[in-house]
Design a protein around this ligand. Structure first.
Ligand SMILES: NC(=O)C1=CN([C@@H]2O[C@H](COP(=O)(O)OP(=O)(O)OC[C@H]3O[C@@H](n4cnc5c(N)ncnc54)[C@H](O)[C@@H]3O)[C@@H](O)[C@H]2O)C=CC1
Ligand SMILES: CCCCCC(=O)CC\C=C/C=C/C=C/[C@@H](O)[C@@H](O)CCCC(=O)O
Length: 277
């Protein structure tokens, strides 16, 4: 007999089917701006019944709410002020979405920050909240809990696969999201509940995160990074959001971590084939 192989041991015990977004209910964290906002809009274009935006930024959240409601209808969009690093707020937002719309089918754990000077906050927002949001999704969508199953897409980054020497904390959180997603996607409790989990790993994208507004002029590397991100070749948030929609719809992407950059269309990045024992 060969060595024990975790992937073989965790054979998917239920067969998933592609998802039609039409009529579905979704939560998008960090949905007020940037990539999150674009995901919200693409979900609405695809006919989602309702989307809840969870975001800490009330001003931008309410502006986005108003603009998207005008375009896609009053009843299909809600904004909930929520700092995803606060477990109780995140839990309450999931519960209120489910009771308001009578279900939950799609969760995009997308909120993120880049700040090397706020270690605890960076880990709490970029990694811990993604972990919590994934397990809350299983709790609320799981077939064993009376749900219909569903899809979770976590936003990592291409820096979940390689090093950026000037932002080791940000990079560590994104490697964490990649490792967590690859593992949890095959966790029997998740698979048996009919929940598909994957991560999108975008390259540089034109959003306010790359303006590094919170980074002091006198910081160690802020100005170097500002130059790196100035005039980016990168993608638009809509380019990333369209890839997220593909991953939600197509079961081919179950459990995958997918890269998308201005040079490469959506592509599954496989983990190295290492035998555990
Ligand atoms: N823009 C880029 O080049 C790339 C971004 N990413 C990731 O994409 C995700 C979205 O970022 P962007 O749209 O680029 O940035 P963004 O700054 O435009 O949007 C981030 C959103 O998250 C919200 N947010 C921040 N902290 C929060 C908290 N504690 N609770 C709730 N909401 C919070 C912000 O208010 C904002 O609306 C992040 O996870 C980021 O790390 C990944 C790869 C590339
Ligand atoms: C270069 C590849 C990028 C991959 C795509 C991304 O995920 C983009 C990430 C966007 C922003 C990340 C910025 C992080 C900046 C902070 O960590 C900042 O605190 C850096 C300043 C560090 C210092 O001066 O010591």
């Amino acid at each position: 007999m060969g060595p024990f192989n975790f992937s073989q041991a965790c054979i998917l015990s239920s067969i998933s089917t592609d998802m039609d977004i039409h009529g579905k209910v979704a939560i998008v964290t960090g949905g007020a701006d940037g990539i999150g906002r674009a995901i919200v809009e693409q979900l609405l274009i695809k006919g989602a019944k309702a989307v809840t935006i969870l975001d800490v930024n009330v001003e931008t959240g309410e502006k986005t709410l108003e603009e998207l409601r005008q375009e896609y209808g009053e009843d299909r969009l809600v904004f909930v002020k929520c700092d995803v690093s606060e477990a109780t707020l995140l839990e309450a937002a999931f519960a209120s979405t489910k009771s308001r719309f009578g279900g939950l089918d799609i969760v995009c754990n997308n909120a993120g920050i880049g700040n090397e000077f706020k270690l605890d906050l960076c880990v709490a927002v970029n990694l811990t909240a993604v972990i919590r949001g994934t397990y809350l999704a299983v709790e609320h969508m799981g077939t064993k809990n009376g749900g219909n199953g569903g899809v979770v897409i976590n936003t990592a980054s291409t820096s979940g696969f390689y090093a950026i020497p000037l932002s080791p904390i940000y990079v560590a959180t994104k490697h964490g999201v990649v490792g967590f997603t690859r593992s949890v996607a095959k966790e029997p409790m998740v698979v048996d509940n009919g929940v598909r989990v994957s991560a999108i790993c975008p390259g540089v994208t034109k959003t306010s995160i790359i303006d590094l507004k919170d980074v002091d002029e006198k910081s160690r590397y802020g100005n170097i990074l500002r130059k790196v991100f100035k005039n980016p070749q990168g993608m638009t948030p809509t380019d990333v959001a369209i890839s997220v929609i593909t991953m939600i719809e197509d079961t081919k992407y179950d459990g995958s971590t997918c890269m998308v950059t201005h040079k490469t269309p959506l592509e599954i990045v496989d983990q190295p084939n290492i035998v555990m024992t």
